[in-house]
Design a protein around this ligand. Structure first.
Ligand SMILES: Nc1nc2c(c(=O)[nH]1)N[C@H]1C(S)=C(S)[C@@H](COP(=O)(O)O)O[C@H]1N2
Ligand SMILES: [Mo]
Length: 411
């Protein structure tokens, strides 16, 4: 137990917990109050798939194109998500099933002095960089939206954290020589639409973002080549930004002299230009802008809601947090619905874009307790108590709660 002891002020926690015990009645009433909002097809009933190349057990959202969700217990084992259980999301089913690594070329063209056609060996010969970063789908947790919204009904597992190794996009652009007047850089991969008139999946970044020295072209994930379904042989890594920008099977980079008007950048993946990207269901006439930076989140990983724990004995709680586009400043717990907060102990810092482990030891008196966890990032942004809402189901990040029953084993 000691290793989870965080130096949390136990008396203050007990005081908070005391307040939370007032409504203890019968266990059936409690069960009702703890009823969780689950995505359609509660995760415990969702089908698992093991037959995808390079993938172990994954929650099957869709077969073609593959949408595979990471089972949430994976996040309790390590802050690094293993490649074989890293989630998978593609827009079009026309994905190469094998790639000749020797013949593969990454082309760089457009507003550049010199067109490039780089082999994997060319990239391996350039200075390499290494970064741990969270890759999270814009629609992670969409299945929890109320009112419901269309799109993949992800639970919380369309995210993952990996160590990415590759080259700086800036170095590749410098090698080509970006011409004056460049405003954006567009990225395209080997996947193709299934209908001839379907828009090819492409994403763009503003030129300054593309040249910030952090955006990278990764050829390794957790020290191994990328799994095919996560973008072998190359993918863009855009630290702190939603995964829609992390173009997989990247083989074409085009420097543009005007803003990108392609469907996936200009029309899809737009969010309301409002605080927390939130609007009222049905609200219209809202200015929309491309989705961009991630927001902070935190989760419990070792304690599902509704669990029973021993009363008056230290109970270890742990989970993961990430700051979005900034590091985790603190992760705090509340036992009084968010009136007062106490810090959890943070685990090893793997860099500001990584998951961070949090741990706490709580001594709960007999009764029911709602435990809240909240991440604050180093920009001072924190998770809200109430979930925001938008029609695409993007950017969900409310404070998470688990309901625990503390008993003396006599229930
Ligand atoms: N080439 C290509 N890259 C892509 C996509 C795609 O459809 N095609 N989808 C994007 C989206 S929306 C997400 S959420 C991430 C998913 O990355 P993963 O499958 O490695 O987890 O890939 C991004 N990169
Ligand atoms: Mo996504």
């Amino acid at each position: 137990m000691d290793r989870f002891n965080t130096g949390l002020n136990r008396r203050r926690f007990l005081t908070g917990a005391g307040l939370a015990t007032l409504s203890l009645t019968s266990s059936s009433a409690l069960a009702k109050e703890f009823a969780d909002l689950s995505p359609p097809g509660d995760t415990s009933f969702r089908a698992f798939a093991t037959a995808f190349p390079g993938k172990g057990p994954m929650i099957l959202q869709r077969t073609r194109p593959p949408l595979l969700e990471t089972p949430f217990n994976v996040f309790d084992k390590s802050i690094i998500t293993p490649n074989d259980q890293f989630y998978v999301r593609w827009h079009w089913a026309n994905i190469p099933t094998k790639i000749d690594a020797d013949a593969f070329r990454l082309n760089v063209r457009g507003q550049v002095n010199l067109n490039l056609s780089l082999s994997l060996q060319d990239l391996a010969a350039m200075p390499s960089v290494d970064l741990v970063a969270v890759n999270q789908c814009s629609g992670n947790s969409r299945g929890f939206f109320q009112p419901r919204v269309p799109g993949a009904q992800w639970s919380n597992g369309s995210m993952g954290n990996a160590r990415w190794t590759g080259v700086r996009l800036k170095d590749v652009l410098d090698r080509a020589g970006v011409k004056a007047g460049a405003v954006a850089v567009r990225f395209n991969g080997l996947d193709q639409p299934v209908m001839p008139d379907g828009p090819d999946f492409m994403k763009s970044l503003a030129i300054d973002h593309a040249r910030d020295g952090e955006v990278m072209i990764a050829y390794q994930m957790n020290g191994e080549q990328l799994p095919l379904l996560n973008g072998f042989p190359l993918r863009l890594v855009v630290p702190g930004w939603y995964a829609t920008y992390w173009v997989k099977m990247l083989n074409d980079i085009e420097v543009l002299d005007k803003p990108d008007d392609n469907y996936w950048t200009a029309k899809a993946y737009l969010i309301p230009d409002t605080p927390m990207a939130s609007i009222k269901p049905g609200e219209t006439g809202v200015k929309m802008v491309p989705i961009n930076r991630m927001v902070p989140r935190s989760f419990f990983t070792n304690m599902p809601s509704g669990d029973s724990v021993a009363a008056d004995t230290p109970v270890s709680l742990r989970g993961i947090a990430f700051g979005g586009d900034a590091g985790v400043k603190s992760t705090d717990l509340s036992l009084d619905g968010g009136m007062t907060w106490l810090p959890a102990q943070l685990g090893k810092d793997e860099g500001k874009y990584s998951f961070r482990r949090w741990e706490a030891s709580l001594n709960l008196p007999r009764g029911r307790h709602n435990v809240l966890v909240r991440c604050t990032n180093s920009n001072g942004d924190m998770q809200p108590l109430a979930a925001s809402w938008n029609p695409s189901g993007f950017m969900r990040n409310p404070i998470e709660t688990v309901g625990l029953f503390a008993t003396h084993g006599d229930r």
